[in-house]
Design a protein around this ligand. Structure first.
Ligand code: ZN
Length: 414
């Protein structure tokens, strides 16, 4: 089961596993209303959950159809057994999906999933239906990248944080920069000077508050700066921001307001650059790979399952590029005819596996998702892994032309 430490975002691999589990769960349908989903939020007593399930178990004895009754009671019992492994729910809670799935004829198979979600579950939920209840989890899959927001002009500034789709205000304040109307009795020159000093103080204050709000913000991807006039550009170009934050400024955007509404305007204005940014990273990696492949000598590229697995195993890989579109499994097999033991690749988890030596149908002792296998191998070698979506042309190419698996190497193969 994936571990999830409090407040930390999941690793790429955990997200991948979670996404893959949901994909599988979405394809499952029961014959009747006999698939059970149980959401246990953090803070819920396990004993309360067990009592609730025991109650549901006895209620289920009223179900008329014998098949459905047995399926529901069997599923509840299985969840009760699984609950025994928990003293308390994990930090984000835990979810059980259990039920009988038809597999042709009168046959069914029992599926059981225990999932730890990337975000906390908020309410306890028990549901018995012909499908598993997944909606709250599908929402969690939406990307929750974090951006710092600054909207500014000479009279006002607002700082905010964008998390996924949610915008929160950190601070809104007015500047003390005098307006252009000069007080009587002041010389124009002195007045200009006062304005500049006040403006400089204001920009420094905005920058200090940005440091407090953004510098140690976990998962900060970048900073967006916006405003109605030239102030935002002056603020950005004059390096008022902490140098670590300055490096993260994605761009400046022309917007009408500098209050909370301005933050919304800013996010809308930046939408395209944010989407591009995500795909840009993937594109850059694939273009780098293609560049290496084109080299006649000293190429730092490897592609295809076997070549990349070998390179990873000997520590030759700098960056492993895995397509999210890969749908394959590694099966550990034992051949009943020749005694061969080893691993082979199959497409579906329940496909027949053949012995690579004598071509007999082999006994499968274990299967793992192939992307997971590569993740694990890479982790053991300290190799970087980049999961590549199929949303860009380049990502699509990785999947179609290279089987979804490629690598940029530390040193060329001699
Ligand atoms: Zn064999």
């Amino acid at each position: 089961m994936p571990e999830n430490k409090s407040g930390e975002s999941l690793s790429d691999r955990q997200k991948y596993d979670f996404k893959r589990d949901l994909e599988e769960l979405q394809t499952l349908h029961g014959r009747g209303t006999e698939l059970i989903s149980v959401y246990v939020p953090p803070g819920k007593q396990i004993s309360d959950v067990a009592n609730y399930l025991r109650e549901e178990f006895s209620q289920a004895s009223n179900i008329k159809s014998q098949g459905t009754r047995k399926a529901v009671q069997g599923a509840i019992q299985s969840i009760l057994a699984r609950l025994k492994y928990f003293k308390a729910p994990p930090t984000n809670g835990v979810i059980f999906f259990v039920g009988e799935i038809p597999k042709g004829g009168d046959q069914t198979r029992m599926v059981q999933y225990t999932l730890v979600p990337p975000d906390p579950i908020t309410t306890f939920l028990y549901r018995c239906d012909s499908e598993f209840y997944l909606e709250p989890l599908l929402d969690m899959l939406l990307d929750k990248k974090v951006y710092g927001l600054i909207v500014i002009d000479r009279s006002e500034a607002t700082l905010g944080i964008l998390r996924g789709k949610r915008i929160s205000v950190v601070r809104n304040f007015d500047s003390l920069v005098p307006s252009k109307h000069r007080m009587g009795g002041q010389s124009a020159q002195r007045f200009e000077r006062l304005i500049e000093i006040a403006a400089n103080e204001f920009y420094k204050k905005v920058a200090d508050l940005a440091t407090d709000a953004f510098l140690n913000l976990p998962g900060l991807q970048g900073i967006l700066v916006g405003g109605p006039g030239p102030t935002k550009n002056y603020f950005n170009d004059s390096n008022y921001l902490h140098h670590e934050l300055q490096k993260k400024v994605i761009d400046t955007y022309d917007i009408g307001y500098t209050d909370e509404y301005g933050l919304k305007e800013l996010v809308t204005a930046a939408k395209e650059s944010l989407m591009d940014l995500d795909l840009m990273r993937e594109k850059r990696l694939i273009l780098r790979l293609l560049e290496e492949i084109r080299k006649n000598e000293g190429s730092l590229a490897a592609y295809g399952e076997e070549e990349v697995r070998h390179a990873t195993e000997i520590g030759q890989v700098d960056t492993l590029l895995l397509s999210e579109g890969v749908r394959k499994h590694r099966a550990e097999i034992e051949c009943p005819s020749c005694g061969f033991k080893g691993k082979v690749t199959i497409v579906k988890e329940d496909d027949l596996a053949r012995c690579p030596k004598c071509d007999s149908v082999a006994n499968v002792t274990n299967t793992v998702d192939m992307v997971d296998e590569f993740f694990e191998l890479a982790e053991s070698m300290g190799t970087k892994v980049e999961l590549i979506s199929t949303d860009s042309e380049e990502g699509e190419m990785l999947l179609k032309a290279f089987g979804g698996i490629a690598a940029i190497l530390r040193f060329a193969t001699s």
